[in-house]
Design a binder for this molecule. Structure first.
Ligand code: NAP
Length: 309
């Protein structure tokens, strides 16, 4: 029987792991499908305190993992398929063929990139045919060709700016005529000579060649309904995220979008299950706020376990 299993390895998961390990709880940390979480798909992180010169997302996450392991945290690759609450108040986690028993759970499973829901998207993503949600991962494949980014938030501006390193042209397609992004990110993107905003527009269809690779998009002007073709070889999605809470199958209370509701501190509606980071954050979604929550969750677990003894 584990003391605590931490689900997810973003800043929330690793910070929870560091604190739980230092509290001698010998935590088990399950990575999920994207070890290191969303920050592994970011370039430079300039706003995480302690790194005045900035640090890359993957490097920051590697440091966090090392720090968790240094104090005895056990990081294992594993995707949790389900969680059951037993009669004695402990939990069973189904991880592939394995079943793991634990007294407490900290859910730090974060959120995943959203797509538009157009036909063929899954194949385009999985087949590497030109649709992706990660400029850092895939940007370098689009040297000297035109690409587009969908969205108007900080992610869209960041991705668009990053893509200018490779692409010949970056269209920033937004459904309104005003960006949601912070001023500094928006200004940086719009001032770039390679970035061209396409306002009040959305993608109606992906246009592919005989190999199935994207060669353009059919755009719809959302104000007048007119359509036009735009030649691009890469489409980068940046329209927000969906919380990864489906594996809990309704065990803990969530809002209508699937974000886990924290009842008191990081405690969820189920005694012994805590949530930290983007899985329950619809407001801040920052690495540092996630890390802070991971810390809080571990302290709360430690106290709760001590009370049980
Ligand atoms: P976001 O702020 O929620 O923005 C999502 C964008 O996608 C919005 O512009 C939205 O349009 C658009 N959108 C949503 N659904 C759409 C759909 N179905 N079709 C077309 N467009 C759609 O998400 P985000 O940019 O990923 O940022 C999430 C959080 O992370 C934010 O708090 C952000 O500040 C933070 N972040 C920070 C940094 C940084 O500081 N380095 C970098 C990235 C993200 P509307 O504007 O019309 O709603």
């Amino acid at each position: 029987m584990e003391n605590v299993i931490i689900i997810g390895t973003g800043p929330a998961g690793y910070t929870a792991a560091i604190y739980a390990a230092r509290a001698d709880l010998n935590p088990l940390i399950l990575t999920g499908t994207q070890p290191g979480g969303q920050l592994t798909t970011t370039t430079e992180v300039e706003n995480f305190p302690g790194f005045p010169a900035g640090i890359t997302g993957p490097e920051l996450m590697m440091n966090m993992q090392q720090q968790a392991e240094k104090f005895g945290g056990r990081v294992e690759f594993g995707l949790v398929d389900g969680v059951t609450r037993e009669d004695d108040g402990t939990f069973t986690l189904k991880v592939g063929e394995k079943e793991l028993q634990t007294k407490a759970v900290i859910v730090c499973s974060g959120a995943s990139a959203r797509y538009l829901g157009l036909p063929g998207e899954e194949d385009l993503v999985k087949g590497g045919h030109g649709l992706t949600a990660c400029a850092t991962c895939d940007g370098a494949f689009y040297r000297d060709v035109p690409v587009c980014v969908i969205g108007g938030g900080d992610s869209a501006c960041e991705e668009a700016t990053f893509l200018t390193k490779f692409a010949s042209k970056v269209y920033l397609i937004h459904r309104r005529d005003e960006l949601r992004a912070s001023k500094i990110m928006a200004q940086r993107a719009l001032a770039h000579e390679k970035i061209e905003p396409v306002w009040d527009s959305g993608i109606k269809e992906y246009l592919t060649d005989e190999k199935g690779d994207i060669r353009g998009v059919l755009l719809e002007n959302l104000k007048d309904g007119s359509t036009s073709e735009l030649a691009v070889e890469g489409v980068f999605m940046a329209i927000g995220h969906t919380p990864n809470s489906a594996f809990l199958n309704g065990l803990v209370e969530t809002d209508e979008n699937g974000y886990i509701i924290q009842k008191q501190g990081t405690l969820t509606s189920v005694e012994g299950i805590y949530a930290a980071g983007d899985i329950s954050d619809t407001e801040y979604r920052q690495a540092i706020t996630a890390a802070g929550q991971g810390c809080a969750a571990s302290i709360e677990v430690e106290r709760w376990l001590a009370e049980q003894e």
